[in-house]
Design a protein around this ligand. Structure first.
Ligand code: ACO
Length: 321
């Protein structure tokens, strides 16, 4: 017995930054960004804090699933960095929703939500939890070098959540890592005033070799689709909806063509949000769930890649009416 998705919610910063806005201070254009990535705009934190967005998305998912904070047995938050290192963002969410469940953050970059699903599956299968809250929350705008046009145009901020409940739903899941500490790298901030080491030795902002990530992503997405379908005894054509990590529309299109997947089955919202790392797939899920895209019994395939280099895929059967 594993889990099904009982509720979803999301919370997005108000501020919209278009490609034309970026062209005001970067040597770039809407045409370059859109044709290379499929991105038209992204949302960026201004007056809001990431904590607040994460709590809001969690509350919306709880309401959608008709459960309270006290019903939650485990809180997992996929994030590369919350507002504080400690408490973790998961603990901050727990405090806000009145939960005493074990709570911790997962950093698997853009694959974070899938890592959370698989951890939830293990907790539920072992009898340690029946209802799990998974939240994705990323403040990418605070991690970027805003003078580096090759990376800062790609990302956006946001949060989204889902409630997983014990029951039939998850059909298969696969996670892996191809360790590489160079192609995507974001150094951590350090403490201050140490007589033993110095800060500032490495630039404290994202470095990315876009071409290498691109090659990894197309292969990893394809491989994970194949692996997870084989585990579930399904063919890629049996899947009703694909929810790929929203990093680049061209990467998604290349994977789609490789498996002759019908374009209508591949869900996209990258043009509005850019890449929100671990949050992307969860925002897409919430939007489509609210629009009524999924019918009961539909098979949804989530697939993602990210820094680490991590990758993964999960298939679930949609249970809600
Ligand atoms: N505007 C205008 N020109 C630009 C920009 C920009 N924003 N960025 C780069 N360029 C220039 C480059 O300087 C280069 O110029 P040159 O030919 O004079 O040297 C030219 O455009 C081509 O650059 P490329 O890097 O070859 O462009 P490419 O077509 O490969 O697209 C991109 C770059 C979009 C980054 C692509 O490689 C990509 O999407 N890679 C994957 C990135 C990704 O998925 N990251 C997310 C994973 S990490 C995570 O999610 C945490």
């Amino acid at each position: 017995m594993s889990f099904y998705i009982a509720g979803t919610g999301s919370a997005i910063p108000e501020k919209v930054v278009t490609n034309d806005d970026l062209a005001q201070f970067l040597d770039t254009s809407d045409e370059w960004i859109y044709t290379r990535t499929g991105i038209r705009q992204r949302h960026v934190l201004t007056h809001e804090k990431l904590d607040e967005l994460a709590i809001e998305s969690a509350k919306r998912a709880l309401a959608d699933a008709n459960v309270s904070g006290q019903d939650i047995d485990l809180i997992l938050c996929a994030t590369m960095r919350g507002d504080t290192y400690t408490p973790s963002l998961a603990c901050t969410i727990g405090e806000a929703i009145g939960s005493h469940a074990p709570s911790f953050d997962i950093n698997a970059a853009c694959v974070g939500a899938l890592y959370c699903m698989e951890i939830a599956d293990s907790f539920i299968a072992s009898g340690k939890a029946e209802t799990v809250l998974v939240v994705g929350a990323e403040a990418m705008s605070k991690l970027l070098d805003w003078t580096d046009r090759s990376s800062c145009v790609l990302f956006g901020d946001g949060s989204a959540a889902m409630v997983l409940k014990k029951g039939e739903g998850r059909l298969a899941g696969v996670l892996s890592t191809d360790p590489d500490s160079h192609v995507i790298r974001m150094p951590n901030i350090e403490g201050i005033n140490s007589p033993y080491n110095q800060i500032g030795q490495e630039k404290l902002a994202m470095h990315m070799d876009g071409g290498e990530v691109y090659k990894f992503a197309v292969n990893a997405m394809g491989k994970k689709i194949e692996e997870v379908c084989a585990m579930a005894n399904l063919a890629p054509a049996d899947i009703d909806w694909y929810l790929p990590h929203q990093a680049n529309a061209r990467i998604i299109e290349a994977s789609r063509k490789k498996f002759h997947i019908e374009r209508e089955k591949v869900l996209l919202n990258i043009s509005e949000y850019g890449n929100m790392s671990a949050t992307s797939i969860l925002v897409l899920l919430d939007e489509c769930a609210k629009k009524g895209t999924f019918k009961k019994g539909d098979k949804l395939l989530f697939v993602a890649f990210g820094g680490g280099l991590t990758s993964g895929a999960v298939i679930i059967k949609w249970k809600k009416e």
